[in-house]
Design a protein around this ligand. Structure first.
Ligand SMILES: [Zn+2]
Ligand SMILES: [Zn+2]
Length: 268
């Protein structure tokens, strides 16, 4: 009896499972992660925002593209809906939560895909529901594919071009905030996920990741024209002209080699 009990308890000791049965530990971890997703998606991400808090705006509208921004989910993360006015084909960038609101705004368009800037929890809460209702491919960089609540349909790489009707979206791989972070460029509009915000880069969790995000920005983003409009994963827009100026000031000063976290170009 004692032996049985001890044996049973051992199965619940993660250290024991981790060392003796790594495959089981991995399985349990996956199971636990999936359970967390279900809790997050059902309890938080798709809970409707109070009417006053729900923000929606058409941020770009011309003869070749329409971009609509919705702030959704418990963290007010931005979803962007890109629509080709000539063909009515559309693409959704990120799926933070409140799938019903995204579906409502997609009415009258022909959705072709869901593009993911990265795999963080605050960007993916509506993914399962959107995928099941729209039946369109979910595309993400392979380095961020593992932590999504579903198996993505398509891997995106740097330089790929996604066509939505007559809209051409160029994929830029900009690692740093996450290993698989992507920015999406169409004409002079950049949907930047959590790679760049007004005043600074996205959060990084190590000095190496900070160096990586700076390298991504200098090699892929700051080489784009000044007039490029930047639409990030949280908050309002900025222009590359402003961000290049802020970054020039930052890079003209010495910095702690251990710098990372929430870096602000003008005060870090
Ligand atoms: Zn993020
Ligand atoms: Zn985010």
């Amino acid at each position: 009896m004692t032996n049985l009990l001890t044996q049973d308890l051992v199965w619940f000791d993660p250290d024991h499972i981790g060392t003796q049965h790594p495959e089981l530990f991995e399985g349990l971890r996956e199971h636990w992660k999936r359970s967390l997703w279900i809790i997050y998606v059902t309890v938080f991400a798709n809970r409707s925002t109070k009417p006053g808090r729900y923000k929606m705006a058409v941020v770009v509208k011309n003869e070749s593209i329409r971009i609509e921004k919705l702030e959704l989910g418990p963290f007010g993360t931005n979803t962007y809906i890109l629509t080709c006015p000539k063909t009515s084909m559309s693409a959704v960038v990120d799926a933070p939560g409140e799938a019903d609101k995204i579906l409502e705004r997609l009415k009258g368009t022909n959705p072709k895909c869901i593009l993911m800037t990265h795999n963080h929890m605050d960007h993916v809460g509506a993914l399962l529901e959107l995928k099941s209702k729209l039946s369109v491919p979910v595309a993400v960089h392979s380095a961020d594919a593992g932590n999504l609540p579903l198996e993505p349909d398509q891997n995106l790489s740097d330089g790929d071009v996604v066509s939505i009707g007559e809209i051409q979206i160029t994929v830029l791989h900009t690692p740093g905030h996450t290993p698989g972070s992507l920015c999406f460029l169409t004409g002079s509009y950049l949907i930047s996920g959590d790679t760049i915000f007004p005043g600074g880069p996205g959060k990084t969790w190590s000095p190496a990741a900070f160096k990586q995000i700076v390298e991504s920005l200098t090699s892929k983003i700051f080489v784009l024209p000044d007039e490029t409009e930047v639409y990030p994963g949280h908050g309002g827009a900025t222009t590359l002209k402003k961000e290049k100026q802020n970054f020039d000031i930052f890079s003209s000063k010495p910095h702690d080699p251990k710098l990372c976290g929430d870096v602000v170009w003008l005060s870090s």
